[in-house]
Design a protein around this ligand. Structure first.
Ligand SMILES: O=C(O)C[C@@H](O)[C@H](O)C(=O)CO
Length: 278
């Protein structure tokens, strides 16, 4: 199964390039689809949604987003994701058209999930992101919740940004969400869009199931996407580098209820002192 996707740079039209396009046609995913586009100053990207909702995340740069009569001007907050401040996003419901117009060179993520029932278009401002520090010891990470399951904005989509510092692990201890078995576990597919600082860095991501039918350990570079159709999916960051990833999740029920690998759950029982060290 092809779980690691390298970035491409396919020109769609003058000033617009597609860096990633993960769909149900080219991946094992049924619920999540994902695109990354680069849009040059003054260029526009237009899309008509079918039975999918979309969260437009301005990874870097500044854009206008037009959805019907709504125009969200000058959104986007950072030159690089490693400024570690939240960014602006726009939620667009199914069967709508949208336009992204760049006011400076911008990289934009388009996160999709199935949706039949129309919801209002919403600007999700950077200041609306819930910021969370998770973990202790070498399991610390910073999370920006763009569309958590507590948000009523979307029908199926969940979107989150995660920063993991040098020598730390995230999505760890390994957890999975691949059984539609609530309240114990929810079924959510997931994509990871990765960036590294500095850009020559790499991280390791393992995707594995209990029966090891899937057991892949990938060397992930700046700009790669990892697809998680099922299984546990921890990320390890080498010393000296910082990792960023954007997660998109969706499934039959919009609840993030994960199940930790019982072999490694003991990690959570450790204590730390005030410095976060053992
Ligand atoms: O807490 C983390 O380290 C991030 C992960 O939870 C990540 O968003 C994910 O795997 C979601 O299932």
């Amino acid at each position: 199964m092809r779980l690691l996707v390298r970035p491409q740079h396919e020109t769609l039209k003058n000033g617009v390039a597609v860096v990633h396009e993960v769909t149900s046609e080219n991946s094992p995913l049924r619920y999540v689809a994902f695109k990354v586009i680069d849009v040059d100053l003054g260029a526009t990207y237009t899309e008509t949604l079918g039975k999918q909702e979309c969260c437009i995340v301005v990874l870097t740069g500044t854009v206008n987003v037009i959805v019907g009569d709504d125009c969200f001007e000058s959104i986007g907050t950072r030159k690089t994701v490693f400024e570690k401040r939240p960014t602006d996003s726009v939620y667009v419901s199914n069967d709508q058209d949208f336009v992204v117009e760049a006011i400076e060179k911008s990289r934009v993520a388009l996160c999709y999930a199935p949706s039949e029932r129309q919801k209002p278009t919403r600007l999700i401002k950077a200041s609306d992101n819930e910021i969370e520090l998770r973990g202790i010891l070498n399991n610390q990470r910073l999370v920006h919740n763009i569309l958590p399951d507590s948000s009523p904005i979307a029908n199926s989509l969940l979107v989150v940004e995660v920063f993991t510092g040098s020598g730390n692990w995230s999505s760890y201890p390994p957890h999975k969400h691949d059984r539609d078995n609530l309240p114990t576990e929810s079924l959510l597919e997931e994509t990871y869009y990765h960036e590294m600082s500095p850009t020559q860095g790499f991280v390791f991501q393992r995707v594995y199931t209990d029966d090891l039918e899937i057991d892949e350990t990938m060397t992930v570079h700046h700009g790669d996407v990892v697809i998680v159709p099922k299984g546990y999916h921890p990320v390890g960051v080498p010393d000296g580098y910082t990792s960023y990833y954007l997660n998109v999740m969706a499934g039959p029920t919009r609840i993030w209820k994960f199940y930790n690998d019982p072999e490694h759950e003991w990690i959570l029982e450790r204590q730390s002192n005030e410095d976060g060290q053992e």
